[in-house]
Design a protein around this ligand. Structure first.
Ligand code: GLC
Length: 614
């Protein structure tokens, strides 16, 4: 079957392709045979797949092929402590793709080397879940630019040393994607790309064990589609139809779509909702073994055709389910995985003024496999989902539902909290709802009435960012947080967004704040300068690389998290509103304030120290 791939390549491309095939093809074949091998037409299908990969291999532009070689020579390039991510909506950050290109100097100045632009491909008109309902994987959303603009932007970013990360929404497509339109028109092959049931019999059986993502605005996991005269599987909104990966045509088409984007210069793919790719009756249809096999097969394909490309798993799942998304030495999967438990646990630590749950998450986070990393973050475009922390929140015998619900209430502003946020939806009445809001609003900046309150809120902002920067991960800043931007309530006036409070944290980039970024007499300037300083310091310490060793120090008081990175670096973080002491062994240097520290160090409320052993 490898012959089919090689056959379409020119003479000069063949030797290298043959080499990569020899390494990855046996794994790929085994995985695909496991998923689809029982079909009579398996060999023919596989042959066609390989030929289509050959065509995409041949089409890969020379400069991207050169980048592939560079990355292969240094497979752990993205684990460096100098890697920093930034995540933004195109329309909010720059208006369109060309406008984003104009912000490249700003990103460089901040030390960004990885830019995740939220969905920018052609999306469904009207409601489209912030672009997560894709109508075409081959066209840029016209309001945001063209494919030529995309290629120009990726080239521009590459020159600046920034990798572009694009969402690749592989679990579902919009109900006006060509496949959905054909299915509605009665095309049987197109209908087979989806999970469609003639009546409620199967949906009802599945529903017994499925969860719900948007229980209030999009209850249930199936939607009756009149034109299909049947029920389509729709995990998210009714206009997002889940793809049926039991059909090999889906896998082949999606793998090709990903590679076409890679050939336009996308270097990292955020694989959206990866946990949901495979359905199994009697389960919650998340994290199924086949979902991992699909991702591993995709990885093998990337390793053959575009080995410089990185895959990132968006799997918002409990800590114990997370390592599988990075795969193993024998079958690597994604290069990067969101550590949503770490993110949520940082917020719980603030709400509880205690680090019990956070420590448990650190303990449950295994060492990284080679050339892979967690993604750390403070906020993103989605809600903070608390329920990933159930195991950690009950580890000390607590009732996790009660405990997480308390944290959730805290960030929606109850319980005497400084936070101004909104409750999102919850799966069942006993579970904690998610929380929405910009970091600055959730940490108390928006509510601050006095300088002192403002100063404490800023410390909380820096504390959470300090955790993301020093944990040992690829940290990704969320647009606006570096300028302490607050909640945006304008979504309430937009009918297509009003029911989804995640829009609270999707503001337009604030140029006024941006202009004040060097002015430390302002809140945005103070935040920006303090964060930029941490980013610069981080870059200087190998001990903060993603894969450098990390030890949780048990001798810190409950309000504090103490992490050693290697023998010479120590971060101390006070998550409580009371001073906390820590007895240092030996002589240390506070690398933020450039001061020597010995003996017992007292951390003021929400203070953080980055210490290097002298
Ligand atoms: C992911 C996205 C989220 C979206 C969902 C459905 O979880 O982050 O914003 O609603 O997938 O595509």
């Amino acid at each position: 079957m490898s012959d089919r791939l090689l056959a379409v390549l020119s003479e000069d491309l063949r030797p290298l392709a043959a080499q990569r095939l020899a390494a990855a093809e046996p794994v790929l074949r085994r995985l695909l045979a496991g998923l689809y091998g029982e079909r009579a037409d398996f060999d023919a299908w596989l042959g066609e797949l390989m030929e289509s990969l050959g065509v995409l291999y041949a089409a890969r532009p020379a400069e991207l092929r050169a980048l592939d070689l560079e990355r292969l020579a240094c497979p752990g390039w993205f684990l460096s402590q100098r890697m920093l991510g930034y995540c933004a909506y195109v329309q909010n950050f720059g208006g369109d793709l060309n406008g984003v290109a104009e912000r490249v100097p700003y990103l460089r100045e901040l030390g960004v080397s990885y830019l995740h632009l939220l969905p920018f491909l052609r999306a469904r008109g009207g409601e489209n879940d912030g672009g997560f309902a894709v109508s075409s994987f081959d066209e840029v959303e016209p309001a945001l630019g063209s494919n030529a603009d995309l290629m120009a932007l990726t080239a521009n970013l590459r020159l600046a040393g920034i990798s572009l990360c694009s969402d690749f929404i592989l679990n579902h497509v919009a109900d006006d994607h060509a496949w959905a339109r054909a299915a509605k028109a009665g095309d049987a092959d197109a209908r087979a790309m989806f999970h469609v049931f003639p009546d409620r019999a199967m949906p009802d059986r599945y529903e017994r064990t499925l969860g719900q993502v948007f229980p209030q605005v999009a209850p249930g996991n199936f939607s009756f589609i009149e034109e299909l005269d049947g029920w389509a599987w729709t995990t998210f909104y009714p206009y997002q139809w889940d793809l049926n990966y039991a059909n090999p045509a889906v896998f082949a088409a999606m793998a090709a779509a990903l590679l076409r984007l890679a050939n336009r210069g996308v270097e990292v793919f955020r694989l959206d909702s990866t946990a949901f790719l495979w359905k199994r009756e009697g389960t919650n249809s998340m994290n199924q073994p086949e979902a991992h096999q699909l991702l591993q097969a995709l990885r093998a394909i990337v390793d053959i055709v575009a080995p410089g490309v990185l895959l990132k798993a968006e799997a918002i799942v409990p800590t114990r389910e997370l390592p599988a998304y990075l795969g193993s030495a024998e079958a690597p999967e994604c290069h990067i995985a969101y550590h949503s438990s770490l993110m949520a646990a940082g917020w719980v630590a603030l709400a509880e003024q205690g680090t019990g749950v956070l420590r448990e998450v650190v303990r449950n986070t295994p060492a990284l496999p080679a050339a892979a990393t967690w993604l750390s973050y403070v906020r993103c475009h989605d809600d903070i989902g608390w329920n990933v922390l159930r195991a950690e929140a009950s580890a000390d015998g607590s009732d996790s539902a009660v405990r997480l619900a308390r944290a959730a209430r805290f960030f929606s502003g109850a319980e005497g909290s400084y936070a101004i946020g909104a409750a999102f939806q919850s799966t069942d009445p006993n579970a904690a709802h998610g929380s929405n809001g910009m970091a600055a609003s959730l940490t108390g900046l928006q509510a601050a009435r006095t300088d002192e309150e403002g100063a404490l809120a800023l410390r909380r902002m820096l504390l959470l960012h300090g955790l993301a920067l020093s944990f040992g991960a690829l940290p990704v800043l969320y647009m606006g947080d570096e300028l302490a931007m607050e909640n945006d309530y304008s979504y309430q006036d937009r009918p297509q967004h009003a029911m989804d409070s995640r829009w609270l944290q999707r503001p337009v980039f604030d140029l006024q704040r941006w202009k004040h970024r060097y002015d430390v007499s302002t809140v945005p300037g103070t935040m920006h300068q303090a964060l930029a300083k941490l980013v610069r310091l981080r870059g200087r310490h190998d001990a903060l690389a993603a894969n450098a060793p990390r030890t949780l120090l048990a001798d810190a008081p409950d309000g504090m998290l103490a992490l050693a990175r290697g023998e010479r670096f120590l971060t101390l973080m006070n998550f409580s509103g009371r001073p906390q002491g820590y007895a240092l062994q030996g002589v240390w240097r506070d690398c933020v304030a450039e001061q020597e520290k010995v003996g017992t160090l007292v951390l003021e409320p929400y203070a953080m120290y980055w210490l290097v052993r002298e």
